[in-house]
Every structure is written in C-alpha cells, then in structure tokens.
Design a protein around this ligand. Structure first.
Ligand code: NAD
Length: 515
C-alpha cells in the first residue's frame, strides 16, 4: 500500500511512511485516487499518524452510484429488519467503545474518557433508531368522506449525504447516518479530513452489523469532494455540521441544486450567573463546559455573563484558581482534564485570538500561551485562558474561537445579560444559573437561542429530542435526530382511497367536498 508523510506545512515525503486511511465503498476498504490527500496528526505528539486521500469527483460519483444501487433493496427491507441491524450496530458500538474512543483521542486530541462520552452520546441515537418501526408509523382516518379513508405514510428519500466536522468524529456522523439508514435511505458520509479513522471504523461496524454493501459509503476529501456531492443529481438530501461560513455555503448550494438540507454552524454560548446562583455549582459547570475537549465543542461555554460586580469579582477569582490548575496533557494519559487542540494551525489561531483580546483591552487573568507538556513538547497544546472585562464590541466576544478561552462579561442586570445572548449573532446554546424560578422561567421563555439550560452548563438534548440552534448557528428548517431527524430523512405521502363497493359518485366538476 502507498504511504506518505507530510510536514505540517504540507511538504510530502515517502521516507518515513505512514498509512493512508481508506474510503469505505460497497462495504470494502478502498483508496481510489491518491493524487491529493490531507495529513492526519496525533495532536498529543505533533507527529503525523496517517493521511486521508481526497476523493475526486469520479470517486464521489462511484460512491453515490453504489449507494443508489443499494437503495432499491434497502428501502424495501421491512422496518423491523432494518431495526434488527440497528440493534446489532448498537451492540457492536458497545463492544468497541474503548477502541473507538482511543481512535478519536489519538487524532482529535480530546482525553479518552471524554471520547468515551462522545461514543455514548452517539450510541443513544442508534438506540433511538432501534424503534424505527414505531417512529415510521403514519396516521389513518377512516371515513373522511362517505366510504373514503385517508392515511399518511413516510417514505425514504434515496441517497442522502452527511458532511461532518472534526470535533465529534463518531457522535455527529451517528446523528445523521443512524436515522437516515434506519428510515430506509442509503448514505454517503464525508467525514472531517482531520480525524477520520474512528469514523471509518464506525462504518465498518455497521457493515458487520448486517447493513448490505452500499448502504453506508464513506469518502474522504475536501471542498472538491463536498462540491461533487452537493451537485450530484442522485443525491436527495444533505445534512451538514461544521462552521457557520461553510454551513451557509452548503445551505445555499443545496437550495440552488434543489436538495433538502439541514446545516448546523458555529456558536458562542453564554452562561449567565445570577447573584443568587450557587457559585460553586456555576464554577464547576463553567470549568467543564469551557475547557472540556479544549473548548472544541459547539456547545462549549465561551462567555460567562456575571450579573452584578460582586458576582463577577467572586466568579473570576474562583475561576482563575481552577483554570491555573487545569491538568493539561496527552489525551491518553491518566488524570488529564484537557488535551491538545486538533492541529498546530488551529492551536495558533486560538492563541492568536488571545493576542487579539489583549490588544482590544480585555483583562487576561490566566494566560495559557506557551504551555509545555513534559515529554510531549511537539504536541499542539494551549493552556486554559481566562479573560475578564470583555465587552460586546470586541472580536473575542463576537467571533467563535473554538478553543480553551473563556471570556467573562460583566452585566448590571438580568435584562442586560439576557440582551447579550439575544443580540449575539449565534444562537446555539445558552444557560442560566440561578435559584430563582421566576428568573429562570422568564429567561427560558424570552431568550433567542435554540437550546437552553437551567443550572445545566451544556444543554445538549438527548437522542429522543432534537438538536439545533437558532440564528447563524443553523440553516434549514429541521434539526438533528429525534423526530425531526426522522422527518428530515423521509418524505410524507398522504393517500385518499375509496373502494368500488362504495357509493358511486359519478363525475364531479366542482372541488370535492365532504357531503
Ligand atoms: P468546518 O466547517 O471547517 O468543516 C466541516 C466540514 O466541511 C468538513 O467535513 C470539511 O471537510 C468541510 N469543508 C471545510 N471547508 C469547506 C469548503 N470550503 N467547502 C466545502 N466543504 C468544506 O468545521 P470544523 O473545523 O471541522 O468543525 C468545527 C466547527 O463545527 C465549529 O464552528 C463548531 O461550532 C461547528 N460545530 C457545530 C455543531 C452544531 O451542531 N451546531 C456541532 C459540532 C461542530
């Protein structure tokens, strides 16, 4: 097998070979064309560990046509049998949780325990999809007109596509592929080129679970592969999760090509700390939500809004002590709370935002730049950073940083805090910490954000609810998983039927109405 090694600046060498990570098409590992590829790193060491071949439009075409061939048989497979594949898939994911978690950690950089949590949250979507015969039940009304019955049913769309981000290489693909496939579609997945090994392994488990060849194909690639998928006439629907500029592009391009689309984007999630909040609970919540997975979560909290100066002073003091003592290290090391960032380029981008915050006049209370981890000097590490006195016009407040950087904004009142979350262009998640039921209820009712927590720092809905933000955090009408996922991956048909033994109506030239 061909192998390549590249330096972080992209120069290639075959001296020190590292393996290509295969596509999975028709149930088989394949490499297709390898003229272009992306380097995959172990972020804890900074060493390249693999290379993702970039699919050409011809490779994409082969994957889509293979999925289309599989559609006839799979869509005709009774839902109960499709559910049995889901049950086996669930069992295999459980058996391989540790393997998947270690693959995630080795290429993403999150700590292994966190990666296990990711697998578990993805598994819950598969568990939900085990109930697909029930979820696909339609509606039936007898005698809507004399001798006439009416019913609705949900049918699969055909070949559906998923395009996923680096930060959840197992969970986010499962948000999409599990409902799509359980509903009777076939699926082509284009995972992130930065950490694709766990995604390919996951797809192999579905094949092992009994999904026929072509029901799930995985192709690696960059914009070239994505554009080929978006324009492909045989692709019926596209589910995307990633950054906002690309989400908007996917949404607009799919609309242009007449495809169904859901596109989830970036975030700037606020956590409001009211003066009556349990401060210990708020600090615990903030530390995990801001620095877990090195802040590389779309539901990470990146803004803490303290209501009142006394709340702010106490909050910053307690946060600073915790951020200074965060245990940062290699993702597979014991006792580590935060691993490295995904790539050197991303680490540098996040560190650049810390420079920006300093130049904008925010108070850098804890500076994680320049952190070295003994024995892992080449790793893409950045220590936890904490800013105080951040104001709404600053870039570090406006833009998504996607790293271990928490900004504290000081607000005078509840209304001011609420307005901050409301006016921010992103609207993915938000949380309030308070003991006051009135404030909490008013906040939940008024806030212009899609997912809301009350004394819960990361309000990610469980699999049987649906996931999705508002404003610049999501484009399209339907959210991920839960019943919204089932609706997105099916089209509704409504039937009105009469049998010849009924009343003979004769020809009617006026709009039919119930008599
Ligand atoms: P990204 O937008 O860079 O990449 C996402 C996918 O799009 C990848 O598969 C990538 O190959 C592809 N892509 C990248 N550039 C493209 C282009 N120009 N044309 C076509 N396709 C392109 O995102 P990322 O850095 O992998 O992931 C982090 C982002 O994802 C953050 O913004 C985060 O908030 C967001 N995210 C959102 C959610 C959510 O549900 N709202 C969940 C997870 C992550």
């Amino acid at each position: 097998m061909t192998s390549v090694l590249s330096t972080p600046d992209g120069a290639a060498s075959t001296d020190d070979a590292v393996p290509f990570i295969h596509h999975l098409i028709g149930g088989q590992r394949t490499l297709a064309h390898v003229d272009r590829w992306g380097a995959v790193y172990n972020p804890s060491t900074g060493q390249q560990s693999g290379a993702a071949p970039f699919a050409t439009p011809a490779d994409v075409d082969a994957a889509v046509l293979d999925a289309e061939r599989a559609f006839a048989g799979w869509s005709a497979t009774p839902p109960l049998r499709r559910a049995r594949v889901m049950f086996r898939f669930k069992q295999l994911i459980e058996e391989h949780t540790d393997e998947l978690a270690r693959l995630i950690a080795a290429e993403h950089g999150k700590v292994v325990a966190d990666a296990r949590g990711e697998v578990q949250r993805g598994l819950e979507v598969v568990e939900f999809c085990c109930g697909i015969p029930h979820l696909l039940k339609g509606e039936f009304s007898e005698n809507v007109g004399t001798g006439i019955d009416s019913y609705s049913l949900r049918q699969p769309l055909g070949v559906c596509v998923g395009i996923t981000p680096f930060n959840f290489p197992v969970m986010v693909p499962l948000w999409m592929l599990a409902p799509a496939i359980a509903c009777g579609n076939t699926f082509v997945l284009k995972p992130s080129e930065k950490d694709p090994s766990s995604t390919v392994r996951l797809a192999e488990l579905l094949v092992e679970a009994g999904a026929p060849p072509g029901v799930l194909n995985v192709v690696h690639g960059d914009k070239v592969a994505v554009d080929a998928l978006l324009a492909h006439p045989r692709v019926q629907a596209v589910s995307f999760v990633g950054s906002t500029p690309i989400a908007r592009y996917i949404y607009e391009t799919c609309a242009h090509h007449g495809k169904r689309v859901q596109a989830m984007g970036g975030a700037k999630n606020h956590l409001i700390v009211m003066p009556d909040a349990d401060l210990d609970q708020a600090v615990d919540g903030l530390i995990g939500a801001a620095y877990g997975s090195a802040g590389e979560r779309c539901m990470a909290i990146s803004v803490a809004v303290a209501v009142g100066q006394a709340t702010a002073d106490a909050l910053v003091e307690r946060l600073a002590a915790r951020v200074r003592t965060l245990k940062v290290g290699a993702s597979a090391s014991d006792g580590v709370e935060m691993g490295p960032l995904v790539t050197a380029a991303h680490r540098d981008k996040v560190a650049g935002y810390v420079d920006v915050g300093v130049s904008e006049g925010a108070t850098l209370v804890v500076d994680g730049r320049g952190l070295r981890v003994d024995g892992h000097e080449g790793g893409f590490f950045l220590g936890g950073c904490l800013f105080d006195r951040v104001t709404p016009e600053m870039r570090i407040y406006q833009e998504e940083i996607f790293g271990p950087v928490l900004s504290v904004v000081r607000a005078a009142t509840f209304d001011e805090a609420l307005a901050l979350a409301d006016r921010h262009p992103f609207g993915n998640g938000v949380s309030i910490y308070t003991r006051d039921g009135d404030s909490a209820r008013e906040f939940v009712s008024r806030v212009q954000v899609g997912m809301v927590g009350v004394n819960v720092p990361i309000p990610v809905p469980l699999a049987f609810y649906s996931f999705g933000g508002w404003k610049q955090s999501a484009f399209g009408d339907m959210n991920q998983h839960g019943m919204e996922g089932v609706r997105f991956f099916t089209k509704q048909k409504t039937v009105t039927s009469r049998w010849p033994t009924g009343i003979r109506a004769g020809s009617e030239f006026v709009m039919p109405v119930m008599k």
